[in-house]
Design a protein around this ligand. Structure first.
Ligand code: C5P
Length: 322
């Protein structure tokens, strides 16, 4: 099942043969902390967040295309939910990179989705990051990480983190990043939902529930970074926090049942991922994660159940001749 959206009527065989094809594998993310400050005059919210990549991936392949032509095709889980190509964040990312450095460049992007669409896991942002990284190589630009991060911030609040992957503290609207080295692996179970949730709608409900003057400046919870550094999932469980859980559950009361099931099944922590609706459950180790996943599946909770590790990193899976 795949949706092919061409923005140009020019035939594929007009592409220049023998140029490189670049394949990038990008992970989704959860927010170990998502602490939300008051709404700013520009409509965004200042955050104190801890992003962590998890081993659920989208793969983006960029191949040569006629000049000034950016096209996309989307395959995989939830591809039918991805909007038209002109709204596709990966297309916008490639177009922004081209406009900034090499206006006549062209690329064809193929996206194979593994990250849930509209799931609160930054799948669209990860695709944009993958497009920046892949087209930077495809077009032989090598503009450097700082330049890519600057473009990423123009595309969306989560895009800069997805350019880096791994673990990072985020401030501002999430675009000001301090990478964190984590030398340990954590084990999570992700339970996806059949129905997406709109990030702006969740932030709007946050504002309705919390008048701006009552919201303190956000800060990363005490002990969270220490728990990561120690590789201690029990300590991590007592520090994770998501301020968007309350408004998201207000819009989607069914998610409260999913989170409660995780607690009942002895997950160390039950956390909404970003603005939801994906729910993330922290396990003590890999065996515990597998047990939890079996129990979720038996109870038919959510749409899909994934056992993942964190942090995960970005990979250039293939760079060959097109
Ligand atoms: O930056 P991005 O386009 O992903 O944000 C989508 C929406 O989420 C914004 O339009 C805004 O309503 C909300 N948002 C916010 N504060 C943030 C990030 C996102 O209010 N820090």
């Amino acid at each position: 099942m795949g949706e092919q959206v061409e923005q140009s009527g020019r035939a594929a065989d007009e592409r220049v043969p023998g140029e490189r094809t670049v394949r990038v594998r990008v992970p989704g993310k959860i927010n170990l902390a998502l602490c939300v400050g008051p709404r700013r005059p520009d409509g965004f919210h200042d955050l104190a967040t801890v992003f962590q990549s998890v081993s659920l991936f989208d793969e983006l392949t960029a191949s040569p295309a006629p000049a000034a032509t950016i096209t996309v095709e989307v395959h995989g889980v939830g591809a039918e939910l991805v909007g038209p190509s002109e709204d596709n964040l990966a297309v916008r990312a490639a177009a922004l990179l081209a406009a900034t450095y090499v206006p006549h460049a062209g690329a064809h992007l193929r996206i194979d989705k593994g990250i849930p669409v509209a799931g609160g896991m930054a799948g669209g942002s990860a695709d944009a990051a993958a497009a920046l990284l892949a087209c930077d190589r495809l077009w032989g630009l090598d503009v450097g990480t700082d330049a890519l991060l600057e473009l990423a911030a123009q595309l969306g609040s989560d895009v800069p983190f997805t350019v880096l992957g791994g673990t990072a503290v985020g401030h501002g609207r999430g675009e000001r990043l301090e990478p964190v080295e984590v030398g340990h692996t954590f084990h999570w179970v992700l339970v996806t939902s059949g129905q997406g949730l709109s990030t702006p709608a969740v932030f709007r409900r946050f504002d309705e529930l919390h008048p701006p003057q009552t919201v303190p400046e956000p800060r990363v919870p005490d002990g969270l970074l220490e728990a990561l550094a120690a590789g201690d999932p029990y300590a991590l469980a007592s520090t994770v926090r998501n301020d968007l859980a309350e408004p998201a559950l207000d819009l989607r009361p069914d998610l409260a049942d999913t989170l409660a099931t995780g607690a009942e099944l002895s997950a160390l922590a039950a956390l909404l991922s970003g603005s939801g609706p994906t729910c993330a459950f922290l396990a003590a180790d890999e065996a515990h994660a597998r047990q939890l996943a079996v129990a979720f599946t038996e109870r038919a909770v959510g749409r899909d159940v994934h056992v993942v590790t964190a942090p995960a990193s970005i990979g250039v899976a293939h760079a060959g001749r097109g």
